[in-house]
Write a protein that binds this ligand. Structure first.
Ligand code: PLZ
Length: 448
């Protein structure tokens, strides 16, 4: 059996799909049994292979199998796992100090990340940032800040939205199973309205926005509304790209009505969609933007960035947390953002996206279960339907994910109806490996 004890990750790992056991192999099965006996059942896993190393476009498991990674740990390792610049920055920081709590005694890494975010996020206005640990925490804080600034309470969220698993963000998330079921009651003053879903509603951006706004005006009222928050491309909800002009119309309405407009770019941010942020392609800047995931090469860090007058409205001591803006995560973020810029990974995301979309467009000619191919950059997805209809085909979708995993390709699913296969490869993946992974999916499709 392969000895995996001393394998190092990063891009120098052999970039190959290689199966030496069935998936999951005996070592992973042994670890899975331990996991089931030690870890709460609610913490599920998509593919029970236990990782020992990862980098470039592959992950190696405890049995020595090398799998193609088309998930990036849910859009986190955009620069690749254990990217050399990140490893170096983390090592250097960990040898200096590991923690002070920024709100006790500050350090410059935090400030530098804030400066960088203020510079690269959309919007030509004076900005401030605050750092947190997780996407959900960033979303919670964006809502806190918007409420404090407007002195209003209501929050508008959308169908198919995903914003997290904490109590407030669970209430903001649309899908019941598995995120909310039995975990209520949820926080008050959250109002859900329809969102643009071109494949299913056939509406233009202007028509869809008019529907959303009508409901907001009739059921909430701008005077009661602190914020509206939306993902520029809905992620967990199905990689739904709204019709052109939809987001701008919502933002214009919010601005005209004294409502803080927040874009949740936790999944879309950092080069993933072919620009540094998805909003860069929408022709407007949100008041606030939440980021996480791709920000720090895998270290837990998140942020709220936005207009100085809104961000500064909360009193000193009102925002914080023991670990928020941890120095090691900040060092990793600076190296990660530098890597996106220096290696022009946004452009690479576009190449990856074009490759995926062309690949499935070819298959779609002979397979009408491929209902919709959509996305931007390396945030691409295929929505599967029953032949000759738009009825969601969740069975085919989960069969693809399961069988792809067994054949050494990690793919993730998503969607309110569970019928979307999403592709979120690390931007460090090679064309060859990506195409090999897609071909595995194509062969599974042909066989099912
Ligand atoms: N906002 C847009 O995509 C996280 C969730 C995975 P956290 N999405 C992946 C899971 O099953 O928990 C996400 C997101 C958007 C917020 C979040 C929440 O980010 O870092 O998971 O809290």
């Amino acid at each position: 059996m392969t000895d995996v004890t001393n394998i190092k990750g990063g891009p120098s790992l052999p970039q190959e799909r290689k199966l030496v056991t069935s998936i999951p192999g005996p070592k992973s099965q042994e670890l899975l049994a331990r996991k089931n006996a030690a870890v709460a059942a609610g913490v599920g896993v998509a593919l029970p292979i236990f990782t020992v190393a990862a980098g470039g476009g592959v992950m190696v498991d405890a049995d020595g199998n090398s799998l193609i990674d088309l998930g990036s740990g849910i859009a986190v390792t955009g620069v690749g796992n254990s990217a050399p610049a990140v490893v170096e920055a983390v090592k250097a920081q960990v040898e200096k100090f590991t923690h002070t709590c920024f709100t006790v005694t500050p350090y410059d890494g935090y400030v530098e990340v804030a400066e960088k975010l203020n510079e690269i996020t959309p919007g030509d206005f004076d900005k401030r940032s605050a750092l947190f640990n997780t996407g959900a925490e960033a979303v919670e804080n964006a809502i806190k800040i918007a409420r404090h600034y407007t002195k209003k309470n209501g929050v508008v969220v959308f169908d198919h939205a995903y914003h997290g698993r904490t109590n407030l963000t669970m209430g903001m998330t649309a899908k019941n199973m598995p995120y909310k079921d039995g975990f209520g009651p949820f926080a008050p003053e959250i109002y859900r309205v329809p969102a643009s879903y071109p494949f299913r509603d056939g509406l233009t951006g202007a028509e869809a926005a008019a529907l959303s706004i009508l409901q907001i005006e009739k059921q909430v009222g701008a005077d009661n509304l602190a914020a509206m928050i939306i993902e520029p491309i809905q992620g967990e909800g199905g990689f739904i790209v709204p019709a052109e002009g939809y987001l701008k119309a919502l933002s214009d309405w919010a601005t005209a009505n004294g409502v803080v407009f927040i874009l949740d770019e936790v999944q879309t941010g950092f080069a993933r969609t072919g620009t540094m942020f998805a909003a860069d392609q929408e022709g407007f800047a949100p008041d606030l933007i939440t980021t996480a995931k791709g920000i720090a090469g895998g270290l837990p860090l998140s942020a709220v960035t936005g207009r100085a007058e809104i961000m500064d409205s909360a009193h000193a001591g009102g925002l914080g947390g023991t670990y928020t803006g941890n120095p090691i995560a900040c060092a990793a973020a600076l190296a990660t953002i530098d890597t996106y810029e220096k290696e022009n990974l946004a452009e690479r995301a576009n190449e990856i996206g074009a490759l995926i979309e062309n690949f499935f467009a070819e298959l779609q000619k002979n397979d009408d279960r491929i209902g919709d191919i959509r996305g931007r950059g390396a945030m691409s997805a295929v929505e599967f339907v029953m032949s000759g209809s738009k009825e969601p085909n969740a069975a085919l979708t989960s069969a693809i994910a399961k069988q792809a995993g067994e054949q050494g390709v990690l793919v993730l699913t998503c969607g309110t109806f569970g019928n979307v296969v999403r592709f979120l490869p690390p931007l460090s993946i090679s064309d060859e490996l990506l195409l090999e992974g897609l071909q595995v999916v194509a062969d599974i499709l042909a066989a099912n």
